[in-house]
Structures are given as structure tokens and as C-alpha cells.
Write a protein that binds this ligand. Sequence first.
Ligand code: ZN
Ligand code: ZN
Length: 308
Amino acid sequence: MPYTPVLSGNAGDLFDTAERRWHTVLEARPDLSPAIALQRRLLTIVADLGQAFEHGRLPRLSLPPKYLAAKLSRGVPALAGEPIPLPVPVLQPPFLRLCEALAEGGAGEMATRIQEAVQKGEIGVGSLLGACLARNQAAVRHVASHLGLAPDLLWLVAELAVGPFVHILQRALFDPAIHEVLHSALQGWNRGYCPACGSWPALAEVAGGHRTLRCAFCASAWEMTMYACIYCAESGERFVTAAPTEERKDRRVEVCSACGGYLKTIDLPDLSPFPLLSISDIETTDLDVAAMEHGYVRPPLKDFSVKA
Ligand SMILES: [Zn+2]
Ligand SMILES: [Zn+2]
């Protein structure tokens, strides 16, 4: 089942699950306490926004299923290159609250500057979030350098703010009740990047024996039919899966010396619902460190601006 729909569940269950997982992480890694305090605050804002979309009207896009299926069959993600109207009035207040939470949670002045740039009208939230949704990191960096803002932080706030919208968008587009042609194109998706937005996965969650890739941006869940490097498809001896800690075989890193990329892989009872995927990410930061210490990296976003 290459594409797997993952529902969000209700807000109460979501937070019970989140608290349980944070508690487990903190038992093993008390040093992550400040990072988790900040994550709790950010996820509360993101989840509230997600619930608003969950119970609101789904965005309607005029993207015919046959057209999307043809794109997918060429390896082009569904949303790539599409003009998507954003509900800016709904997204701007959470954007500002995210800046506030980050400012108080350690990013300080750098986050406050972003908040002020929006309040003064130096940045248009619509165009910023549009660039982020289009996965155009260069455009966001350009804005940041023009205004003297921290580029990675600006990208992070934009991703957090528009994430719930793109998550609901991919679920609406790839609804299991969709047209047969699109359904089979999705089932045939065998790429390392997200079929909805084109981002690389944050990590792979292995639930029920399925190595499910989880999009770092829209939280899509999909599986590849072969066990190989998700970046370059290497499956020979240059592709290695290793558990950095002998007694924790449930937490692994896939590393590839053909392309230099790495992917974190963890065993879980269930796939993380949106937006709890970032908890899987924070509880595996030691795996990032282990991979990066050996010179492996996560490659930059793929560029789909020239359509195949
Ligand atoms: Zn995605
Ligand atoms: Zn590779």
C-alpha cells in the first residue's frame, strides 16, 4: 500500500498521545526538557489550526484526478507548480503566535524581528507562505537576507504555519474515495519524496512491518516497494542500515555512501497522526547526530519548478 491515509483523530486523543510520548522521551533524555517545552507550545498552536481546518470546509482545488495521475506517473508531486489560494486571514494570527513562542523559547530577538516584519508590513504572510508551500526555499532565503532576518528560522515558522493547511490539502486530494485513475497512480508511487508536496521524509516510521516514509512538511505517509536508499535508489552494499545503540535496535539509521544521504527509521506501534510526527523527529535527534558525525546529510529539497 504505497500511500497510506493517516487521520488526525480528535484533539483530546491527540494531546493524550503527545503527552505520553513526551513523557517517555524525557525519561530517557531529561536534557531535552527545554526543547520539548517549546515543542509543546508550537504543537498546540499548530494542532489548534489543524483542528480548525479539520472541522471547516475543505479547500477546493480544480485539479482533475486524471491530470494529477498523469503528473504522479511522471514523478511530479501533485501540488508542484500549482497556484494554491491560501486562507491568509486564518493563517496570519497563528504565524504571529508561533513567532512569539519561538522568541520566548530560545530564538529570542531573531523571532521577534520576524514578527515585527510582518506587523510592519515588510513581509506579506501570503507570499511568504505561498513560497513555502511551493517548496521555494530560495525565495524565502532571498526575503530573509533582504530584511536581515534569520533564513532558517523564517523557513521554520512558515512551515509550521502553513503545515496544517497543506496536510489537509493532501488528505483532500488523496481521499481514499478518489477517482480510480488517481488512486492507482498513487499506489504506483515509488519515489523517496512526497507524492503530495515533493519534500523528503522527516523519517521512516515502521508500524506493522511497513517502512512508511513520513513527509516532513505535510505528514503524508507512503511506502516504497524496494528496500533501497530513498534518495538515489542504491540497494547494494553501499546502502547500510545500522542501529547506533546496540540495545535499541528499534531506532536505526539508513546511510548511503553512494549519495551521502541518511534517513532515520524507528519502530512504532502506530503511525504518528498530524502534527505529532515532529515528536518522532525530536526523540531521534541522537540519530541525526550519529549520521552527521559520519559525514552523512539530508539532501536539499528537490526542485520541481521545471516540469518534466
Ligand atoms: Zn508532503
Ligand atoms: Zn543514496
